[in-house]
Design a protein around this ligand. Structure first.
Ligand code: HMG
Length: 395
């Protein structure tokens, strides 16, 4: 039985920062951000778009009434959680109208945890072929104003429906995973911002790529030319180029040219959304499928997932017949084309202005820049987070 991704979509908030303007404000050559880092725009989430609201917006684009009856597990992957105890998945289960007899949990391991969700979903569906599992990945990447990591921020969510006999990508059961206890990037519970040892994190990413690929290669007697192309976790688009470079010695000329060409399609969305941590690999997958030409059913795609701290996995998917009919290219392009550019001072204000809870545990969020059908975080009522459709919120 084939198991894999039946539907997939993403959401990013309606505001962004232009990287040339950010470079000018930081007195940096814009080409450092545009070419050296490889980012043109960076999605910015104001308070109305927390990780739950973003994930709900990504998911509502793909779920039919039938799906909502058949989903029996909601796995919410994030490293921007809004509660230490309650899983974001419980709000999502409610907002999305999923039938009550479901498991709903939150998963954490930096950018890797959506891949953990996918692996759990595969095991669950193998035991219960009639089940559908909703895997959500949602994050706000925040290093702070004027920090080394600032040009590698971003915000967004990916929603994927996993099922038996999937319409888009069947996932193979064999993969190679790897764990090493390191401090390359982390966010202690007392900090709003991530700590990062930037250069070391790049090294750790590449070491983990080689460890997982070498292990997979050995176990499966595989070669890179077995794949139509590769996808990577994309914290910034230059990182995937470094990954391809690290594998270059194993690539013949034709395979190298093919991988590099597909990589351009695989970063169209990441280049203008930024790092969305848990969702970044899957945003790249959606970008590849929606933007590449000549990618045919039957193509095998090797995927590398990386989460600092660190856990990585190399795994493989096979494109299904007529997968193009199940993509949402127009919806995604429209979302990206209709964003509003923030000035650098507006962006700095958003970043340095957290939700203020009063003594009674209440907060009201000023909801701006929304489409009426979007879910938004509207405030806190006696320490209880509240979400609603924007059309129900007075603006
Ligand atoms: P930095 O010190 O600002 O940049 O750090 P740099 O000086 O190394 O320059 C970056 C690149 O720009 C270099 O190219 C320069 O040569 C080039 P490279 O050597 O890398 O090929 N450059 C220029 N190019 C053209 N024209 C110019 C120019 N000037 C310089 N004028 C760094 C960059 C990415 C390290 C920093 O932004 C950072 O710390 N970011 C956050 C950490 C990160 O994203 N790490 C990635 C791997 S870890 C990971 O992916 C996990 C993560 O997603 C978290 C999770 O798992 O949850 C982060």
């Amino acid at each position: 039985m084939k198991i894999g991704i039946d539907k997939a979509s993403f959401f990013t908030p309606p505001t962004y920062v232009d990287m040339v303007e950010l470079a000018e404000a930081r007195d940096v050559d814009p080409n450092k951000y545009l070419i050296g880092i490889g980012q043109e725009k960076m999605g910015i989430a104001d308070k109305a778009y927390d990780v739950v609201a973003m994930a709900a917006n990504a998911a509502q684009q793909i779920l039919s009434d039938e799906d909502k009856e058949e989903i029996d597990m909601v796995l919410f992957a994030t490293e921007t959680g809004v509660d230490f105890s309650k899983a974001g998945a419980t709000w999502l289960h409610d907002l999305l109208g999923i039938q009550p007899y479901a498991r709903s949990i939150e998963l954490k391991q930096a950018c890797y945890s959506a891949t953990a969700g996918i692996q759990l979903a595969m095991g669950h569906i193998a035991l219960h072929p009639e089940s559908k599992v909703l895997v959500l990945a949602s994050d706000i990447a925040k290093y702070g104003v004027n920090t080394g990591g600032e040009p590698t921020q971003g915000a967004g969510a990916v929603a994927m429906l996993l099922s038996a006999n999937p319409n888009i990508l069947a996932l193979e059961t064999e993969s190679a995973s790897y764990t090493a206890d390191i401090d390359d990037f982390w966010r202690p519970t007392y900090s709003d911002y991530a700590y990062v040892d930037g250069k070391y994190s790049n090294e750790a990413y590449l070491n983990t790529l080689m460890a997982t690929w070498n292990h997979y290669k050995e176990k499966q007697k595989a070669e890179l030319s077995d794949f139509e192309t590769l996808l990577f976790h994309v914290p910034y688009t230059k990182m995937g180029r470094k990954a391809l470079q690290a594998l270059e010695d194993e690539l013949d000329e034709e395979t190298s040219a093919r991988f590099n060409e597909y990589y351009e399609a695989a970063i169209v969305y990441n280049n203008i959304v930024g790092n969305i941590y848990t969702g970044s690999l899957y945003l790249s997958l959606i970008s590849l499928l929606e933007q590449a030409e000549n990618l045919k059913a039957g193509a095998r795609i090797g995927m590398f997932s990386y989460g600092s701290g660190a856990v990585g996995e190399f795994f493989v998917g096979e494109l299904q017949e007529d997968y193009q009919d199940y993509l949402m290219r127009e919806t995604h392009e429209e979302l990206l084309d209709h964003r509003t550019k923030l000035s650098i001072s507006e962006y700095e204000e958003i970043l340095s202005n957290p939700v203020e809870i009063d003594e009674e545990g209440n907060a009201t969020i000023d909801v701006q820049e929304v489409s009426p059908q979007n879910f938004v975080f509207v405030g806190v009522d006696q320490h209880r987070r509240q979400y609603d459709k924007a059309s129900n919120v007075k603006q």
